[in-house]
Design a protein around this ligand. Structure first.
Ligand code: ARG
Length: 370
């Protein structure tokens, strides 16, 4: 493969002291991270926006339990996994901060709609987008996630006081105009369509992934073009946002489909990324092996492909699920150093290490890798 040279002289943020919030990619040495909490999680109530992202066999659960707490034993088990994840991060020298534990089983309403509860503060990656020294609260499209960023406000205010920039994207109305209420999943040969309209900008932070000046995004059932364009204009010429074509009938969050791991190393879901963008032609590609997680394991709001939802601590160290032997081996052969962590009980709630964390500070500068 072609060596990717890094032009340190030509970077505009070259300084000795890095800002408190500083993240431009997935692989610079991780110094500080937010890890979510699972306590107080509430089953999101049934809505067309859930229907579009979930396989049919799961619908009944939300129809029946929407607005109620998730099963206690599952929450407890996920909490233990999170503690172990935090412990591993800390022993690898990373500072870990946690959002507030809140009861998400609290009803709220807005003009035109109401929600019997929220969801959780388990997946900071979904809610908050860190780009450089800025924290952006995403305009999330699920009504059950409208106030999700509030659990992180204590931390965000603190980072702001220490110099970070803080932005909330335009607060969406989430009125009925945003949703295609007659949405049906398109068939195999039909063109992809989405459950949300272009009524107003919406996106989840986890539909974006950063490679320095180049940021990749997928259109999804929560991220529309209006949302992508809002971010594009907000970030300005310093960044280039590329829309990635992803073959997924239930798209929501790019990080179980497309995971840049280090300069020159790309982890892909072979079923979903059928065309690799030309700019990656000199990169080595690893296709994620089939997940090992048993079919019988309960997974809310995700497919088993979260085996590839790994977290890079630097160019080499990568946190992987302890039982996911096939991807662990593959990552090792790809030149990385996997650190196993039990996380299957957290996986139940819809994500893995990448979703459950949010880079606050990585030691590095803004640069171009292409
Ligand atoms: N939609 C992905 C899948 O089902 C899961 C992505 C989870 N990511 C996250 N940031 N919550 O494969």
């Amino acid at each position: 493969m072609k060596k990717i040279s890094i032009d340190l002289e030509n970077t505009e943020n070259k300084r000795d002291v890095i800002p408190i919030v500083n993240s431009y990619n997935e692989w610079d040495p991780l110094e500080e991270v937010i890890v979510g909490v699972i306590e107080g999680a509430s089953v999101p109530s049934w809505h067309i926006s859930l229907k579009a992202t979930l396989p049919e066999k799961q619908w009944k659960f939300y129809q029946e339990f929407g607005g109620k707490p998730f099963p206690k034993e599952q929450v407890e088990a996920a909490k233990n996994d999170l503690e172990e994840f935090v412990h591993i991060l800390e022993s690898e020298g990373v500072i870990v901060r946690r959002p507030d534990v809140m009861d998400h089983n609290v009803a709220y309403s807005a003009p035109g709609w109401q929600s019997p509860g929220g969801l959780y503060a388990a997946m900071p990656r979904d809610t908050l987008l860190v780009i450089g020294d800025e924290i952006i609260e995403a305009p999330m499209a699920w009504r059950a996630r409208y106030f999700e960023s509030f659990a992180f406000r204590r931390l965000i205010k603190d980072y702001f006081k220490k110099g970070a920039r803080w932005t909330t994207a335009p607060k969406p109305q989430l009125s009925d105009e945003l949703y295609n209420y007659d949405y049906e999943e398109p068939g195999e040969n039909q063109e992809m369509s989405y459950v949300i309209t272009e009524f107003e900008p919406t996106f989840d932070a986890a539909d974006f992934i950063k490679c320095g000046r180049d940021i990749f995004v997928q259109k999804s059932h929560v991220t529309n073009e209006f949302g992508i364009n809002w971010l594009r204009r907000h970030l300005g010429d310093k960044y280039r946002i590329h829309i990635l074509e992803v073959n997924d009938r239930h798209p929501m969050h790019i990080d179980a489909s497309f995971m840049p791991l280090a300069p020159g190393k790309l982890l892909l879901n072979a079923r979903r990324v059928l065309k690799i963008p030309g700019m990656f032609k000199s990169w080595d590609v690893l296709y994620a092996p089939e997940p090992c997680i048993p079919q019988s394991h309960t997974l809310y709001m995700t497919s088993p492909w979260i085996n590839m939802n790994v977290l890079m601590l630097d160019h080499e160290r990568v946190i992987v699920e302890k039982n996911e032997e096939s991807i662990t081996k593959a990552l090792k052969n790809f030149g990385l150093k996997p650190i196993p962590c039990p996380f299957v009980n957290f996986n139940t709630f819809g994500g893995s290490f990448h979703c459950a964390s949010l880079d606050i500070r990585r030691r590095g500068v803004l640069q171009s890798y292409f």
